[in-house]
Design a protein around this ligand. Structure first.
Ligand code: SF4
Length: 358
């Protein structure tokens, strides 16, 4: 068996194998020294392959979530956080808000993500209509769109979205462990999600994938640690099948009113370790390591910030906006701004952001 440092040295320069990836994760899981070594190599890989940070402006929802039952960890279970029909942000409202945000304020990123709920029955026509109704703002400011809240969109409608300027489709698998997936997402379909991702790839769209770290602890199954780590590794390797990829590594938040609210919050350091491994496997990919400390995320090799930069919302919710630096009215909705804090982290770590010029 090769030593941890020797495997890391190989991983820095070459493609890492599944077995090597597993050894790295296992080696770092209970060792602070090895964790720091892993982070150091992940940052060196980022510096060599993809050293600019992609920031996303998030808006939506474009539709309510129609899964029945809802995912057991999801905040939309709480009546106070709901994503009902009345919470949908119309394309006209979002268009106006984006135009005002980009015209009046110093927003330096072209990446915009429009979130929404899932529907296993729709063929995606309503999402095509939503994007089609967005108006001129996307073209006027040269924005790059990511749409989430699937599955299921037919190949024909995915091609229409591509023609309308959508860059990327978000359809997280969370885990490849089917038993765990259906324990916590009984109304969802892992098979459909995988099929959706393959169709997006076929349509020439990017795929935004996500792993939920700690998801195995949300069930009563008591999955052995070896199997948990192997699931993370398998998942990261499976994402290699997609030509244009972005990856988000995140974890469960025990919000009040959510069926799994009594479960432990995942250790953020574990999220960062899997994120650093993702950097070694996907050297040039945009990776969001979504811990609750951006400094930790960036030091683990992240170069993408999806949810903690600017969020456009119809209603300002305290649990979301509490850590924001300001809230501004834009059009008839609000921009919750975390921007200053994010830019400070990026600058202090000597990183740069991806702008339109790149
Ligand atoms: S599909 Fe998404 S929005 Fe719907 S319940 Fe699951 S996590 Fe929540």
């Amino acid at each position: 068996m090769m030593k941890f440092k020797e495997i890391l040295k190989i991983a820095k320069k070459e493609e890492v194998t599944k077995e090597e990836a597993y050894e790295i994760l296992k080696g770092a899981w209970f060792s602070l020294e090895r964790t720091l070594e892993l982070f150091r190599i992940a940052c060196e890989v980022r510096a060599e392959h993809n050293d600019h940070v992609a920031l996303y402006v998030c808006g939506g929802p474009h539709r309510e979530c129609r899964l029945d039952p809802l995912c057991k960890y999801c905040w939309v279970n709480n009546p106070g956080f709901k994503w009902g029909k009345e919470d949908i942000v119309s394309p006209e409202k979002l268009d106006r808000a984006l135009d005002e945000l980009y015209s009046k304020y110093n927003v330096q990123t072209p990446y915009v993500l429009i979130g929404g709920g899932s529907d296993l029955k729709s063929d995606g026509k309503e999402i095509v209509d939503y994007v089609d109704n967005l108006g001129e703002t996307i073209r006027k400011h040269g924005l790059q769109l990511t749409i989430t809240g699937l599955p299921y969109i037919s190949l024909e409608n995915l091609e229409k979205l591509k023609d309308l300027g959508v860059r990327e489709i978000g359809c997280p698998f969370e885990t490849l462990d089917r038993e765990v997936f259906y324990d916590v997402k009984p109304g969802d379909s892992l098979e459909r999600r995988i099929e959706q991702a393959k169709l997006a790839d076929k349509a020439g769209l990017g795929f935004y994938g996500a792993l939920m770290i700690g998801i195995h602890d949300l069930t009563e199954r008591q999955t052995p640690l070896d199997s948990v780590l192997k699931d993370y590794v398998e998942h990261l390797f499976m994402l290699k099948n997609f030509e244009k990829l972005s990856v988000c590594i995140y974890s469960f938040m025990p919000l009040p009113g959510v069926p799994l609210a009594d479960k432990h919050k995942t250790l953020q350091l574990e999220v960062a370790k899997v994120g650093a491994l993702a950097r070694l496997i996907h050297k040039d990919v945009n990776i969001d390591i979504s811990t609750n400390d951006l400094g930790l995320s960036l030091m683990a090799g992240a170069n993408m910030v999806t949810w903690q930069y600017i969020s456009l919302q119809q209603e300002v919710r305290q649990w979301w906006s509490a850590s924001a630096s300001k809230v501004l009215p834009v059009g008839s909705i609000y921009a919750i701004i975390f921007q200053e804090n994010v830019l400070r982290h990026i600058e202090r770590l000597g990183l740069k952001i991806k702008t339109w010029k790149r």
